[in-house]
Design a binder for this molecule. Structure first.
Ligand SMILES: *[C@@H]1O[C@H](CO)[C@@H](O)[C@H](O)[C@H]1NC(C)=O
Ligand SMILES: *[C@@H]1O[C@H](CO)[C@@H](O)[C@H](O)[C@H]1NC(C)=O
Ligand SMILES: *[C@@H]1O[C@H](CO)[C@@H](O)[C@H](O)[C@H]1NC(C)=O
Ligand SMILES: *[C@@H]1O[C@H](CO)[C@@H](O)[C@H](O)[C@H]1NC(C)=O
Ligand SMILES: [Zn+2]
Length: 597
């Protein structure tokens, strides 16, 4: 187990495992089966999605069909059936798709008018042998159908949709479709896809092809909202914000509340469960559709009001966020990450992070225990007692990221055993990587400022380390030789974290800085290069690495990924802090290879 700081000396308590209550709560709503209201974007654009009522019938062993209908193509057969069943013209039924399995055959059709298909009036038929066994339909009868030739061009529809949905047209081909409306009329619409990469939104907009109004949307992303301290903010006073769908579907394909077996509406999911006391004690959504809107009030105790819920929500959000962005850079299933369901992608599952907020085992600290892949990592966040009203580490993101990084480094070094950062020197670097990744999340531009960890919970601008991380050797004079006089892991970690701060600064000075680094590992900017080398090197370095071995792993990682483009830059940054070519046994050396001199 690795603690956040060096003052902790309490006894490790065995965790009590309790079963988790994961009910899917459905709130009653009269129009639940046909309507859904959505508020979109920062201007609160409101749309009322409407889906005509669906009828569904099953027919046991099946309905015989007139011999004249058999055999035909699936398309002909389904159109004929729907036509006779609903008493409509064949021209009103447009075949969409279908397929056969050994036991059944299914077909999906749409209503049509003048050759234009309906988006939300559809039907589906299933057969067993030659008999129809089920039929579902949301076809509509309407006397008020808009003319089938648009009077608004598709370009104008795109402009209207981009403005309403605060995103950009993604160039997916637009289509012309009818849309049945709640008042019984039928509108003609241009259907265009609008995305906002940064906000993570992706909509299909239905824009009236005669009026230009955005009538409704399909939301391709299931929306979850969390009132949290965004990961790029360090401490609570910077302010909670509502984040919509912050999950990265590439890293968490079922988002954050579904492990493929169980869907929850709580702070329990595939990557982490955030709880207090026992694992049954999670936070439930505050409103429908995975809304977690709890505001932390630090004028009252961490245990009061909505504070426990706000803490569990932020901890859940922050651990998931680290899961998602480190996944993009290589901490995935095969690389021994923490997930209940590994989706068949390698590694061992059943090991999501257990995140205990306001843990009763201590104060003024936090820790993370990393057993081997296949067993959950456990993070304990404590309450801090330095202020009259106590403060909660779960509302200081640098502390959460520091802790979760212990899981990353302990798993990625030496192949997922959790046994490979055990020497004082390697454990010291463990603390260093954790501070360095916490710092990485906090950069907001290419200006590399000094970084201080843990200043909110301690109410001390100097935070919990002895010095800020800095490129300035007066502000932070730590060098490789400093560790000769140190034997405490956090103190040793400061030396390593400050070297990495210098590597980071050099990479950003050379390659610039990307604000999309967490979701775009393909970029060439310095903060992206840095995180790649950070994770790549973990997998290369030996079990219980020394500073020298860890440095060599960074250099090899750069040769592997970037053909050595940054090798001299990395050498110079390490050498500037005494970890040059001939550094050994805690004696500084500031030389670099001849090719870099
Ligand atoms: C069926 O199609 C015809 C011709 O396309 C059209 O006049 C009629 O309104 C359609 N009926 C429905 C219910 O869409
Ligand atoms: C469960 O959480 C509530 C707040 O939601 C808290 O008051 C209570 O102490 C917790 N129970 C345990 C056993 O820690
Ligand atoms: C969250 O709750 C606050 C009141 O506690 C409310 O003012 C705010 O509108 C809510 N935000 C969302 C997104 O529901
Ligand atoms: C380094 O920090 C010292 C002390 O804070 C300051 O006086 C000095 O100007 C700084 N040097 C640079 C190059 O910024
Ligand atoms: Zn630590």
């Amino acid at each position: 187990m690795v603690f956040l700081n060096r003052f902790f000396a309490s006894v490790y308590l065995a965790l009590i495992y309790a079963s988790t209550a994961n009910a899917i709560v459905q709130s009653p709503h009269q129009q639940q089966s046909t309507h859904r209201t959505r508020h979109i974007g920062s201007r609160g654009f409101k749309v009322e999605a409407y889906h005509p009522e669906t009828t569904f019938q099953t027919f046991g062993t099946g309905l015989d069909q007139p011999a004249s209908l058999v055999p035909q193509t699936l398309s002909e057969e389904s159109v004929s059936f729907v036509k006779s069943r609903l008493g409509v013209d064949a021209s009103n039924v447009s075949f969409k798709s279908g397929y056969s399995t050994p036991s059944t055959k299914v077909a999906y059709v749409k209503q049509a008018h003048n050759g234009v298909p309906f988006a939300n009036a559809v039907a589906n038929v299933a057969w067993k042998g030659n008999k129809v066994v089920s039929f579902g339909s949301s076809f509509v009868k309407s006397k008020k159908i808009a003319p089938s030739t648009p009077t608004i061009p598709v370009e104008a529809a795109v402009t209207a949709a981009e403005a309403a949905l605060e995103g950009k047209y993604n160039n997916h081909p637009a289509s012309l479709e009818y849309l049945a409306r709640p008042d019984g009329s039928v509108s003609l619409t241009h259907v265009v896809q609008i995305q906002n990469e940064q906000a993570g939104t992706w909509y299909e907009a239905f824009v009236d092809a005669h009026s230009g109004d955005v009538l409704t949307v399909t939301d391709f992303v299931s929306d979850a909202t969390y009132n949290v301290l965004p990961i790029e903010k360090e401490t609570l006073p910077e302010g909670q914000e509502v984040r919509v769908d912050p999950h990265d579907l590439l890293s968490s394909p079922l988002a954050w509340h579904d492990d493929g077996t169980t869907k929850t509406t709580t702070t329990a999911g595939n990557n982490v469960i955030a709880y207090k006391g026992t694992q049954a004690n999670v936070t439930s959504q505050s409103g429908a559709d995975l809304a977690f809107n709890y505001t932390y009030n630090d004028n009252v105790a961490p245990t009061e009001g909505q504070n426990v819920d706000a803490a569990r929500t932020n901890a859940f959000y922050a651990i998931n966020t680290v899961h998602d962005f480190t996944y993009r850079y290589g901490f995935n299933e095969a690389a021994f990450n923490f997930q209940t369901n590994n989706f068949g992608k390698g590694g061992k599952g059943n090991d999501r992070v257990l995140m205990s907020v306001q843990d009763s085992g201590g104060t003024n600290n936090a820790n993370f225990a990393t057993p081997a892949d296949g067993q959950s990592g456990t993070c304990r966040m404590y309450v801090w007692t330095y202020t009259p009203v106590r403060r909660d580490g779960s509302l200081e993101n640098d502390i959460i990221v520091h802790e979760m990084t212990h899981g990353v480094t302990n798993r990625m070094t030496g192949g997922g055993t959790g046994r490979c950062l055990q020497t004082t020197e390697a454990g010291g670097m463990g603390e260093g990587w954790s501070d360095a990744l916490a710092e990485w999340t906090q950069h907001k531009s290419s200006a590399v400022q000094d970084f201080v960890l843990g200043h909110y919970v301690t109410n001390n601008p100097k935070g919990i380390r002895t010095r800020p991380y800095s490129t300035n050797a007066t502000t932070n004079p730590l060098r490789y030789s400093s560790i000769a006089a140190l034997n405490e892991v956090h103190n040793i970690g400061e030396v390593w974290a400050n070297m990495l701060h210098n590597v980071y600064a050099a990479l950003v000075a050379k390659h610039g800085w990307s604000e999309n680094a967490r979701t775009n590992p393909e970029g060439t900017e310095g903060n992206i290069v840095y995180l790649h080398l950070f994770l790549d090197a973990l997998a290369l370095q030996p079990c219980n690495p020394t500073f020298v071995a860890a440095r060599d792993a960074w250099i090899q990682a750069d040769i592997n990924r970037y053909n050595g483009e940054n090798v001299c830059l990395i050498w110079k940054a390490f050498a500037s802090r005494g970890l040059g070519v001939n550094a050994a046994k805690y004696v500084d050396d500031s030389s670099v290879p001849p090719a870099c001199a």
